[in-house]
Design a protein around this ligand. Structure first.
Ligand SMILES: N[C@@H](CCC[C@H](N)C(=O)O)C(=O)O
Length: 279
C-alpha cells in the first residue's frame, strides 16, 4: 500500500481524505478504514472519505466509511472537508469554489465562501418512516414526538433522514445525558433496522440549540453535520425552534437553515486541513 492522504476536520469531526479520482471504487477496504481510523494503532479519525470521479454529470462522487467500516449515505462535516480537499487537488484553494457532489443520498452542493466557511445545499429532509428507515410508526407516517423506550426510560423522539437516519430527542440539559452508556442502545434499537444516529438537544433559545451526538458507526463525536440539519428540521416540526438556528456542538457551531421557499436545508460551517501523510 502506498497511498497519500490528507487529514481534515470540521468542528473536530475528523476524516482521512483520499484522492480516488483514478478509479470508480474506493482504493481502501472497510477493514482498512477500521485500522486507519483507530486512534491508538492508526492515523485516528471518525471516517475515511474518498474523492471519486463524478457520476451523472456531477463533478465528483463522495464515498465514506465510518470508523467501524460501515458505509453511510452522507456526511455533512465530511462534505465540507471534501470541498476544501477538492479545491486543494484542483489548485484553486485560494478561490471560492462550488461543486456538485454525487453521494449515496443524492446530489449535494458545497460552496466555499470568501471567509473560508463552506455552505452546503443538503437537499430536502425525508420524513416518512419508510424513507428514514424506522418501524416506530407506520411506513407512510412521520415520527414526531413519539415515545421510545431506551435504557429503562421513555424518550419523546422525532425521526428525520438527511439521506442517513437520525433520531432526535429534546432534553432539559444535554450535559446531564449519559451518552457513553445509552448512545449505543439508541443506535441498535430494533425500531431502526439500519441503525441510527442520535442527537440530544437542549433549546437555549428558538434560534440557538445545544447538541450532543452519538453517531451510527462512530460513537460519540465532536460534531455531526447531517445531525445538526436533522435537528433543526425536527425542532421546526415539533415547534421548538426557528427555521434558521445556530447549533452548538462540543466541537463548535453550525448555522442551519431549513428554507421555507424550497424546503431544502442549508448548512454553513468550517472545514480545516490538519496534515498530510502517506500510508
Ligand atoms: N459525522 C457525519 C455523519 C457520518 C455518518 C454517520 N455516522 C452515519 O452512519 O450516518 C456528519 O457530519 O454528518
Amino acid at each position: 500500500m502506498n497511498i497519500e492522504f490528507t487529514k481534515y476536520q470540521g468542528l473536530g469531526n475528523d476524516f482521512i481524505l483520499v484522492d480516488n479520482r483514478g478509479t470508480d471504487e474506493p482504493c481502501l477496504t472497510p477493514e482498512d478504514a477500521v485500522k486507519l481510523c483507530d486512534r491508538h494503532f492508526g492515523i485516528g479519525a471518525d471516517g475515511v472519505i474518498f474523492a471519486l470521479p463524478g457520476q451523472d454529470g456531477t463533478d465528483y462522487t463522495m464515498r465514506i466509511f465510518n470508523s467501524d467500516g460501515s458505509e453511510p449515505e452522507m456526511c455533512g462535516n465530511g462534505i465540507r472537508c471534501l470541498a476544501k480537499f477538492i479545491a486543494d487537488l484542483e489548485g484553486t484553494s485560494s478561490q471560492e469554489g462550488q461543486y456538485r457532489i454525487h453521494t449515496l443520498a443524492g446530489v449535494m452542493t458545497p460552496q466555499i465562501k470568501p471567509d473560508g466557511q463552506v455552505t452546503v445545499d443538503m437537499g430536502m429532509p425525508r420524513l416518512l418512516a419508510a424513507e428514514i428507515l424506522t418501524t416506530l410508526v407506520a411506513p407512510d407516517k412521520k415520527a414526531i414526538n413519539e415515545p421510545l423506550e431506551v435504557a429503562g426510560k421513555s424518550w419523546l423522539v422525532t425521526c428525520v433522514s438527511m439521506g442517513n437516519p437520525h433520531c432526535i430527542t429534546f432534553v432539559e440539559d444535554v450535559a446531564a445525558i449519559e451518552l457513553e452508556s445509552i448512545g449505543s442502545e439508541f443506535e441498535h434499537h430494533p425500531v431502526f433496522p439500519k441503525r441510527t444516529n442520535t442527537e440530544f438537544i437542549q433549546v437555549v433559545r428558538p434560534d440557538y440549540l445545544k447538541m450532543r451526538v452519538w453517531e451510527r458507526g462512530a460513537g460519540i463525536t465532536l460534531a455531526c453535520g447531517t445531525g445538526a440539519c436533522a435537528v433543526v428540521v425536527a425542532g421546526v416540526l415539533a415547534q421548538k425552534c426557528d427555521r434558521v438556528a445556530t447549533v452548538e456542538l462540543p466541537g463548535g457551531c453550525l448555522k442551519i437553515e431549513w428554507a421555507e421557499q424550497d424546503q431544502r436545508v442549508y448548512m454553513t460551517g468550517p472545514a480545516e486541513k490538519v496534515f498530510t501523510g502517506k500510508i
